[in-house]
Structure formats: structure tokens, C-alpha cells
Write a protein that binds this ligand. Sequence first.
Ligand SMILES: Nc1ncnc2c1ncn2[C@@H]1O[C@H](COP(=O)(O)OP(=O)(O)O)[C@@H](O)[C@H]1O
Ligand SMILES: [Mg+2]
Length: 463
Amino acid sequence: MRLNSVVFKIGATILFLQLIILIPFGYIVLQLILNYSINQTETQLVQLSEKYAGEINELEDPENIQLLEHLTEMTNTSAVIVDQDGKIITKANWHDELTNQIVTDDQLQHLHKGETVIEEVSFNGSTYLKVGQPIVKENKNEENASVILFSSFGLISNSIHNIIILVILASLGAIGLAIGFTIFISKKIGGPLIAMEKVAKQIAEKKDFSRKVDYQANDEIGSLATAINHLSQTLERYQTNRNEFFSNITHELKTPLTYVKGYANAVRHEMYQSEEEKQEFLEIIENEADHISNLMDDLTDLSKIEEGKIDLNKEAFNLNMLAEEMMRRSQFRANQKGLKLHVYTPNTPIHLYADKNRMEQIFTNLIENAVRYTEKGEIKIEVTDIGNHIQVKIIDTGIGIKKQDIPFLFERFYRVDKSRSRANGGTGLGLSIVKNLVEMHEGTIDFDSELNKGTTVTLTFPK
Ligand SMILES: Nc1ncnc2c1ncn2[C@@H]1O[C@H](COP(=O)(O)OP(=O)(O)O)[C@@H](O)[C@H]1O
Ligand SMILES: [Mg+2]
């Protein structure tokens, strides 16, 4: 596992949090137990000393001394009886190290007043709790004597020792737990993350879109996996699209270039029968060059639109006037084919806020198509105001389109009848461009057509 891996960071954080809780917690528990033990020992020792002081009434009585010896052994304490000057009269269960000064003058004074004396004392590195208790006098004239009890803190320090060991064990347990948890998380999170990294690298470096992340879960990692798979799919589609696009372009360029080359060759080698035929050959060359130039213009437009590189220069204009102007421009071509052109607009001006040049481009393309694919009859443009929207219909009485072809019309280079389109200067890109431009204006475009009867294209734009 790498030191900078997410999993390692999570593991370290868990461990850190556990220790941060455990160490102060251990310390507090230790202090509580320590205080409790000291208090407990103190209370016990005071009670014991009161008991001894009450029971010993005859200082010189051997039976009393024996009792004291017995009791101190049982309670694991040591005791002395001192006279009123602090001099030792009797010792019970005594250790030599306790021989130092037993009571201070100050403590003696308290004892004489009948008060209990408590003190922590140290001898040779061991700590003891000392409790002094005045012995109850039988009569007033008797001397003031006191019992002094000692209890070692050894027992307390034993339990502290145990607690420290417990805290250390718990810390070790916490570390173990954190490591276990880290391993668990590394399998649960690290595994899929590494798999995703591999797939992403495969995509980026080798352009291999076949590998998928095989991880399904209803969490963030699951949705990341789905997103990566989705991205891979999109890229794959994009690449196929692009490859198709390029091979289409090559194909589209090849035909006119073959014509240009063939006829140029024919003219150069004077393979024509008459001057008239020569002019015909040259005209073909010119038309094919025009075709290539149209193709280039359309391609440039389309790629700019698809890359989102064109901005709309919106302005308010009268759509009625634009429709009439567009119709006028097509008049010549229509007249050549003997077609009638009509424009129907409302009496009041229809104001549209849009990019006028792009609108012209939309209209030109659709009217050109109508003229191109109509042999007899008429072409109508109808502009209507329908509440929030403006509707424009371009209706022809032409060759029509089969129902099953309609969904593909907006695809690049799609043509129902390739040779007819070519013969009329079509590139197959017009409707792709139109659809993009309409959508940029938040409009819609629909085809309704019947074979051999005619086609109606309906455009709607928000006002
Ligand atoms: N008004 C129409 N009537 C019949 N067919 C049409 C009409 N408009 C478009 N089409 C069909 O849709 C195809 C795609 O149109 P378009 O993208 O403008 O390309 P083209 O350059 O061929 O005109 C055309 O080749 C034609 O087959
Ligand atoms: Mg067209």
C-alpha cells in the first residue's frame, strides 16, 4: 500500500482518532481509580485507628499488645503506640524502614487535642499513609498516648500498574483494529479505485474502450464507476462518429475530384468532338469545383456549430419581411423549374428576436431543398403567430420522403436519393446545419411528408 494512498490516509486517521480518545480516557480513568483507592485506604485506616484507639485501654497489658499485633497482621498495616512525648511504647507488625521520626511535634499537639492526624510519608522510596489517633483515656490523670497506623501504598500502585497495562493493551487493540479496518477498506474502496484507474489509463493511453469497471454499488464509488463506464461509451461513440465522419468526407471529396480530373484530362488531350463539347467539359469542371467549395463551406459551418464556436448575434426583426425576401431570392431557380412560389404572412408584423443571418441560412436551406426536390406544382411559406410561439411552414408538392427515411434526415451526409441530391448541388449537410441552428434558437423542426405528394417542414420558435 502506498503511503499517499487514500486507504492509508483513512487508516491513519482512524488510528489517530482512536488514540486521541483512548489516551485521555485512560488517563482520566487512572486518576479516578487512584483518587478512589487513596480515599478508600484513608477511610479504612482512620476507621481501623479509631477501633484500635478505642480498644487499647491498658497500655502495658500484654493481651492488648497481642491483639494489636494480630489485627495489624490481618489488615496488612503496621502500628506503634507512642507516649505523650512521641516516644515509642510498643510496635506491632513493624518493618525496620519505618523507624524514622514517627510523629512531628505539630502532630503531637493535634493528637493531644483529641484530633486525628493524616499524612503521606515516604521511607526509602516507598510511600505510606500515616494515621494517628489519640487513645481514649480511662481517667483524666492518665498520660496522653496515641496509636499511629501505617499502610503501604504498594497495593494502590499495583492496581495503577494493572490499569496502565490495560490502557496499553487497549491501545494495541486499537492499532490492530485500525490496521484490520484499513485492510478491509483498502479491499472495499482501494480495489475498485485501482480498477477505475486502470480502465481510465487504458482509455487515455491506448484508446481501448472495451474495458469496463466491474463494480456495482449504491454509493459514491458505484456512481463513479458508472460515470467512468459512461464516459468510455461516450468517447467510443465519439471516436466511431469521428472516424465515420472522416471517411464520409474523403468519400464525398473523391467523386467531384474524379470528375474534375477526368474532364481536365479530356480537355488537355483534346478528347472533345466540338468546341461546344469542350465548353460542356469545362462547365462540368467548374460545377464540380463549386460542389467542393460548397462542401467545404458546409463542413466549416457544421464543425463550428458543433464545437459551439459560433455566437448568435440576436436582434429584433420582422419575420414576415425576411420570409418574403427569402422567397424572392429563390424565385429564379423556381421559375427555371416552372414552380410557383407563395408567401403567406399575417397582416401585423411578426417580431422575432434572433440571429438574422442564421435565420436566413435556415430559410435558404429549407427553400432550396423544397425547390430541389419538387418537379411540378408550388412551394408555400406560411408564417403564423401561435401564442407564445411563431410557426413557419415550408410546404412543397415534390417527391416526398418515405416515413422510414424521415428520422435520418438530420444525419450528416444522409440523402434519400444520392444522385438526385448531387445532381442538384446538394451536400447532405444542409439539414444537419439547419437542425443545429434551430436548436440554438430554442426552436423545433419537424418533417411531415408523403411520397410523391409533397413535404411540409414545420419550424417553431419562441417569441
Ligand atoms: N423538401 C424535401 N423533399 C424531399 N426530400 C427532401 C426534402 N428536403 C430534404 N430532403 C431529403 O433529405 C436529404 C437531406 O437533406 P439535406 O441535408 O438538405 O441535404 P442535400 O444537400 O441533399 O439537400 C436530401 O438529400 C433529400 O433526400
Ligand atoms: Mg439541402
